[in-house]
Design a protein around this ligand. Structure first.
Ligand code: CTP
Ligand code: MG
Length: 231
């Protein structure tokens, strides 16, 4: 059995700023999207048979050509994304083949440097029977819930909180059911599954799986890449 990877890469990267959409911004001379694809491909235990990438409308052909060399041995499908991340994932999911796929990974292009062992942990959890598996890290800040006036409502016990990363792994029929419903307000795909009452398993994430979101994250990405190339 093999896995399929959906990569939502259609966002504009408004918090990052700059000319190009975020997935096309370069670190170490290559786009974040190329780094993300290469990272997934390197997790050999995932046995990736297919990539479906959601990109800004109009860039499909360009991206297909750019990514072809990195997808060796796997099918590459590129689709125009939608207005929200959930829409982009749903549009990509429509193209994921049914045959021979026992796990679908959904991975943000912006988490370009996730280490292979995190991907392996996610896939292993799904193959061991978890309908959904997500990589997580403990939170280091104290998190407070606030009301519209900015007043603190309460402070959840930090020991019960985790920060969630990608790739998130899914038993294919669960992900399809999750995306068949209303996706309004969902900030990740696991959340859609939680709404169905499906149990979501957590596995250990990595600091290297941070999401490039703001300009300083590009500096961190450059540093991380330099360290990896030295090693
Ligand atoms: N994404 C997408 N389609 C959208 C919005 C986001 O495919 N309509 C993707 C982004 O390309 C990114 C991932 O979802 O890989 C996580 O989203 P985020 O980090 O929020 O990226 P952007 O939406 O591009 O950034 P911003 O919110 O700052 O504009
Ligand atoms: Mg966004």
């Amino acid at each position: 059995m093999s896995t399929a990877a959906i990569i939502p890469a259609a966002g504009l990267g408004l918090r990052l700023g700059g000319e190009a959409p975020k997935a096309f911004r370069e670190v170490g001379g290559e786009s974040l999207l190329v780094h993300a694809v290469r990272g997934l491909k390197a997790a050999t235990a995932a046995d990736l048979a297919c990539f479906v990438i959601a990109v800004p409308p109009g860039t499909e052909d360009l991206v297909s050509k750019e990514l072809m060399p990195y997808c060796e041995g796997a099918r590459l499908l590129v689709v125009a994304g939608g207005s929200e991340r959930t829409d982009s994932v749903r549009l990509a999911l429509d193209l994921v083949p049914y045959d021979g796929i026992d796990c679908i990974l959904v991975h943000d292009a912006a988490r370009s440097f996730v280490p292979p062992e995190v991907i392996d942990r996610v896939v292993a959890a799904v193959r061991a029977g978890a309908p959904v598996a997500v990589p997580v890290l403990p939170v280091t800040d104290t998190i407070k819930r606030v009301d519209e006036a900015g007043r603190v409502v309460d402070t959840p016990d930090r020991r019960t909180l985790v920060a969630v990363q990608t790739p998130q792994g899914f038993e294919p029929s669960v992900l399809r059911r999750a995306h068949a419903g209303d996706g309004t307000g969902a900030t990740d795909d696991a959340m859609l599954c939680e709404r169905l009452g499906v149990t979501v398993q957590t596995v250990e994430g990595s600091e290297d799986a941070f999401k490039v979101t703001r300009p300083r994250d590009l500096l961190l990405a450059e540093w991380l890449l330099t360290e990896r190339r030295k090693a």
